[in-house]
Design a binder for this molecule. Structure first.
Ligand code: S3P
Length: 446
């Protein structure tokens, strides 16, 4: 489907999880994945409020059902009957992970811990994404797993006798990745001793916080390492209210910053420091963006965010900051295009392994609406202050690219058409309704 975006009114109002009668921000994607999967590994009934009901979480829920896990989802509350670490039942049908690398990498870790045989597969896009980063360390732990060329999906796990535990290891990851870290932490639940995972930069630590709240002994001796002991007791079920997704809120943040006259409050948003690099960057760019701390739920900080139209200036983004805003580069590129002066992004080659090669996709798709971006090996350079033109773009099967293009369209001098924009439903259902309710002018076309 095509999304057609025209200049609308300023973006004004409030969006949050509990908007009465209005459209809501989605629950956190990373936390929804973890909560559904970890609840299945716990002993007893878990209750997860504000669960993200979207494409990428539906594939995980369907896989869990195939593995014999009982769950119900009513009005954004997910109830899971967890049966413990060894409760998955083998299923001869492949587990289809759709476009979701999070589903594939996390579920593989849980299956490695459980010992059941399974095949995990995904969409053509997911089949191109690197899986050697989980396959190689899992093999080192003794997990009977194979991939095509040891590198890509489909992944094949053979039966493992759970009376023989996996081997505890110390890993030094070559890339900072919360998905890889989580996969190994889950496998380590069935290891014969303490495992340690070291990263080159610190990625989001949702898994560590959630597992700790479930009674697992997991700690971070420093910001780059995590230590986990296999539990001697069953994992405690979850009772958790998830915050709104910061990475979804980021589209409204940038829309408000670059659209004259805008003023928006985003309420109950998760502000895990592994996710909020964009806040620091926007403040560095001169953006009027403030966070008001509100609550903590199962170890996760939650805030209300106030953002207003601002004159932005170019900025340099590099090093550890890249990891803390890894999902925000498509929308950040739109802010950088509008800002005054040059923006340089470095140390971001991981962007080439996301739902699309995001460096290439940003360069190509922004060029269709008149914004010139210079591609570098590990990032991009934008000379800001460029007018945004109308035009046709393609989102390359990437939900975040589609949403970034829609925000660019709000500020373009004529219509922007985004082909394949239904991908937005992978992570942000009601994106269009929510934006329109705040002043945007977007419409679906067949
Ligand atoms: C995620 C981690 C990130 C992120 C993805 C969700 C997670 O991937 O890009 O959208 O939930 O752990 P990497 O850990 O591979 O960087």
């Amino acid at each position: 489907m095509k999304l057609v975006v025209q200049t609308g009114d300023p973006i004004r109002g409030t969006a949050g999880l509990y908007a009465e009668g209005g459209f809501r921000l989605p629950g956190d994607k990373s936390l929804s994945h973890r909560a559904a999967l970890f609840a299945a590994l716990a002993q007893g009934e878990s209750q997860v409020e504000n669960f993200l009901d979207s494409g990428v979480t539906q594939v995980l829920l369907t896989c869990l059902r195939q593995l014999g896990v009982q769950w119900q989802l009513y009005d954004r509350t997910l109830i899971v009957q967890g049966g413990g670490l060894d409760s998955f039942s083998a299923n001869s049908e492949p587990l289809f992970c759709g476009n979701s690398a999070t589903t594939m990498r996390l579920l593989t870790g849980a299956l490695a811990a459980s010992g059941v045989a399974a095949t995990l597969d995904g969409s053509a896009g997911l089949r191109t994404r690197p899986m050697d980063r989980i396959v190689m360390p899992l093999i080192a732990m003794g997990v009977p797993i194979q991939a095509s060329d040891q590198r890509k999906a489909p992944l094949q796990l053979s039966f493992r006798d759970r009376s023989k535990p996996l081997q505890a290891r110390e890993f030094f990851l070559s890339q900072a990745s919360a998905q890889v870290k989580t996969c190994l932490l889950l496998a380590a639940l069935s290891a014969d001793g303490t495992s340690v995972i070291n990263e080159p930069a610190s990625s989001r630590d949702h898994t560590e916080r959630m597992l700790r709240s479930m009674g697992v002994e997991v700690y971070q001796p420093n910001s780059l390492s995590v230590v986990i002991k296999p539990p001697s007791q069953p994992l405690k079920p979850l009772r958790i209210k998830l915050p709104a997704d910061f990475s979804a809120a980021a589209f409204l943040i940038v829309a408000a910053l670059i659209t004259p006259g805008s003023d928006v409050w985003l309420t109950d948003v998760g502000i895990n420091s592994g996710r909020t690099g964009l806040v620091e960057v926007i403040q560095d760019m001169g953006g009027k963006l403030e966070l008001f701390y509100k609550d903590n739920q199962a170890g996760e900080d939650i805030a209300d965010i106030h953002v207003q139209f601002s004159a932005l200036r170019g900025v340099k983004v590099q090093g550890d900051l890249v990891v803390r805003m890894i999902d925000e580069f498509p929308i950040f590129a739109v802010a950088a295009a509008v800002a005054d002066g040059q923006t340089v992004v470095k140390d971001a080659s991981e962007l080439r392994f996301k739902e699309s090669d995001r460096i290439k996709a940003i360069v190509q798709q922004l060029s269709h609406i008149g914004i010139s971006v210079i591609e570098t090996e590990d990032g991009f350079i934008i000379n800001g202050g460029q007018p945004i033109n109308g035009g046709q773009v393609d989102c390359d099967g990437d939900h975040r690219l589609a949403m970034a293009m829609a925000v660019a369209g709000i500020n373009s001098n004529s219509q922007v058409q985004i082909n394949g924009a239904e991908m937005i439903n992978e992570s942000f259902p009601h994106f269009v309704d929510l934006f329109n309710s705040l002043g945007a002018n977007m419409a679906w076309q067949l």
